[in-house]
Design a protein. Structure first.
Length: 87
């Protein structure tokens, strides 16, 4: 059936070219994100916050790094955050 149907969009269409370009850019950004997470994992595994958060069941290294990245420097100065990290 698919072989007998015609193209819905001309192959020279601006829209098709733009969507293709955006798809390649999304793939590039995804690869960049993964490489940054890998780099964060190498650097972050020795941090005490990582060790503590990894003791929580279901929290993976990637989740731990995302939590630390989200809260950043707020973990250390805020007593409530220190308590939540220790739970």
């Amino acid at each position: 059936m698919a072989k007998s149907s015609g193209l819905a969009v001309d192959t020279d269409s601006y829209v098709l070219k733009r969507i293709t370009k955006l798809a390649y850019e999304a793939e590039r950004l995804d690869r960049l994100k993964e490489s940054l997470i890998e780099e964060m994992a190498k650097i972050g595994t020795s941090l005490p916050e990582v060790v503590i958060l990894m003791t929580i069941p279901g929290i993976t290294l990637k989740s731990t790094l995302c939590i630390i990245a989200e809260f950043g420097d707020f973990i250390a100065p805020m007593p409530l955050m220190r308590i939540l990290v220790l739970i």
